[in-house]
Design a protein around this ligand. Structure first.
Ligand SMILES: Cc1cc2nc3c(=O)[nH]c(=O)nc-3n(C[C@H](O)[C@H](O)[C@H](O)COP(=O)(O)O)c2cc1C
Length: 222
């Protein structure tokens, strides 16, 4: 009996493995047509090139490896001047950024924010508010997938709350939130130690997992 069960389990597992192998190999051929899809990663830390930018880049690198049609670009908001939304549109760096989000080749977004007081950074909030022209007259970002990366200096420092807040905002743009597979359920959550994420193996794994999921979703939705 035990032998039968074991054999049955083995056959079931082998079957699943075969299906998985087939679906991986046919995934690229079946999804997204032949066109190039651009994934933009946005680092919303006021500190250019620091841990948030590195974490977003890790997600983009994994996304790019999914399929040759995926192109990626990191936009680092560190050092840029981006004011909150106001009735009179501010004359600042946002005017150079907006066209990138109107590119018809845009396939999805990966937004990164440091956890600031267990919340998204002020820069992230300003940037997300200033995407408002992409809601009217047309919902330019609708039906595109996005993933969120959050970096904190503390374990349980509010990374998941930061992700949720950004997800709540981007739902207003009609975008589709993408979580990861385990261990990146909500998104990518990283721990910075002495201004470095290099030692956070698990966190970097969540970033890669999220990047892959956004790329796969972008290909499926395109
Ligand atoms: C104003 C401020 C508030 C912060 N609040 C938190 C927090 O609530 N939780 C946390 O884990 N880290 C907190 N941190 C630490 C940052 O999230 C952490 O250093 C992060 O890596 C910074 O991202 P960066 O290296 O890209 O600038 C805070 C840092 C600052 C400057």
């Amino acid at each position: 009996m035990q032998e039968n069960v074991t054999r049955r389990n083995f056959l079931a597992t082998a079957g699943i493995a075969a299906v998985a192998a087939t679906s991986v190999s046919t995934f690229a051929a079946e999804s997204g047509g032949g066109k190039t899809l651009k994934l933009l990663g946005i680092s919303c830390s006021p500190r250019k090139g620091m841990t948030t930018a590195k974490a977003v880049q890790a997600a983009l690198d994994a996304a790019k490896a999914v399929d040759p049609r995926i192109q990626t670009e990191l936009i680092d908001l560190g050092g840029l001047n981006i004011a909150p939304w106001s009735p009179k549109p501010p004359d600042d760096d946002m005017k150079n950024l907006l066209p990138k989000f109107q590119d018809p080749a845009l396939g999805g977004l990966i937004i990164g924010s440091p956890a600031y007081f267990r919340s998204l950074s002020g820069l992230a909030k300003c940037f997300l508010e200033r995407l408002a022209p992409l809601r009217e007259p047309k919902m330019v970002l609708a039906e595109k997938p996005f993933g969120v990366v959050a970096v904190g200096a503390f374990r349980n420092g509010g990374q998941e709350m930061t992700i949720e807040q950004i997800q709540a905002i981007l739902l207003c743009y009609g975008m589709i939130p993408v979580g990861g597979h385990a261990p990146a359920f909500q998104g990518a959550t990283l721990l910075s130690a002495n201004d470095s994420i290099a030692q956070d193996e698990l966190g970097l794994k969540t970033a890669a997992q999220l990047g892959r999921r956004v790329a796969e979703a972008a290909l499926k939705l395109a």
